[in-house]
Design a protein around this ligand. Structure first.
Ligand code: DX5
Ligand code: ZN
Length: 214
C-alpha cells in the first residue's frame, strides 16, 4: 500500500494535488504534523487537516511529531483523521495515549526513530494497528534512507508474526522507486513517500510506477 506524504505537495494547489491522489487511488494520505519542538520544523495543524477532509475520502494517516500528543487527539479526530501515529517519547503515559486514540474510534500507530530499539513494542504491540519504522530522523522531507531500517523492519515483522497479530508496518523517510522493492521485501506493508511522489507534472506518473511495484 502507498501513503503519499503531503509535506512535499504544492501547498498553493492542494485541491489539485488531492484530486490526482484520488484518481490514482492511493491507499492513505500521510499527514506530517510537526510542532517545532519535538522536531526542528513546523508544518501544519488540525485546521488544515479539517479543511482537506471534504475533498476526499482517502483515509488520513496522521503522523504526529509533536510533544504531548494526548492534548490534540480530539482535535485530529474532529479534523477527520483515521489513523494517528505518535512517537513514544512525546507522551508521559504511552499506554494511556494509545487508549485515548482508540477510544475515539481511530487506529493507533507507534513510530520508531532510527535509533529506537524494539523494546517499547513489547508491552504496546498488542494494542497497535500500525508500527511506523522511521528510515530518516523525523523533521524534514527529502532526506536519505537510513539502511539500518531494513533490519528493523524485518525484526518488527517477526515480532508481529510471533504474536499472530495483524499489525501493519509502515516505513517513512527516503523511500524512492529504487529502494521500494527492498523495503517491501524486508516486510513493509505501507510505504510513505513524499519527495519521490510529489514532483511538478510527474506526480500522477510517480504514483502509477509505485503502484506497479506494489
Ligand atoms: C519526515 C516525515 C516524512 C517525510 C517523508 O519527518 O515523517 O513523512 O515527509 O518525505 P520523503 O519521502 O521525502 O523522505
Ligand atoms: Zn511521516
Amino acid at each position: 500500500m502507498i501513503s503519499p506524504s503531503l509535506l512535499s505537495a504544492d501547498f498553493t494547489n492542494l485541491e489539485k494535488e488531492i484530486k490526482i491522489l484520488k484518481e490514482e487511488k492511493v491507499d492513505f494520505l500521510h499527514l506530517d504534523i510537526m510542532d517545532g519542538n519535538y522536531v526542528p520544523n513546523i508544518s501544519y495543524g488540525p485546521g488544515i487537516v479539517k479543511s482537506l477532509r471534504p475533498l476526499t475520502d482517502i483515509p488520513f494517516d496522521t503522523h504526529l511529531m509533536i510533544e504531548r500528543p494526548e492534548n490534540f487527539i480530539e482535535d485530529f479526530k474532529n479534523a477527520g483523521s483515521d489513523i494517528i501515529t505518535i512517537h513514544p517519547s512525546t507522551t508521559k503515559h504511552l499506554d494511556r495515549t494509545l487508549s485515548l486514540i482508540k477510544s475515539h474510534g481511530m487506529k493507533a500507530g507507534l513510530a520508531l526513530n532510527p535509533s529506537d530499539s524494539l523494546e517499547v513494542l513489547d508491552y504496546t504491540l498488542d494494542k497497535l494497528d500500525l508500527v511506523l519504522v522511521m528510515s530518516v530522523n523525523p523533521g524534514f522531507g527529502g532526506q536519505k534512507f537510513i539502511p539500518s531500517a531494513l533490519r528493523k523492519i524485518s525484526e518488527v515483522k517477526k515480532m508481529i508474526e510471533e504474536r499472530n497479530l495483524k499489525t501493519l508496518i509502515e516505513v517513512d523517510g527516503g523511500v524512492k522507486l529504487d529502494n521500494a522493492k527492498e523495503v517491501l521485501a524486508a516486510g513493509a506493508d505501507i510505504l510513505v513517500a513524499g519527495s519521490a511522489i510529489f514532483q511538478k507534472d510527474k506526480t500522477r506518473e510517480n504514483i502509477k510506477v509505485f503502484k506497479e511495484l506494489l
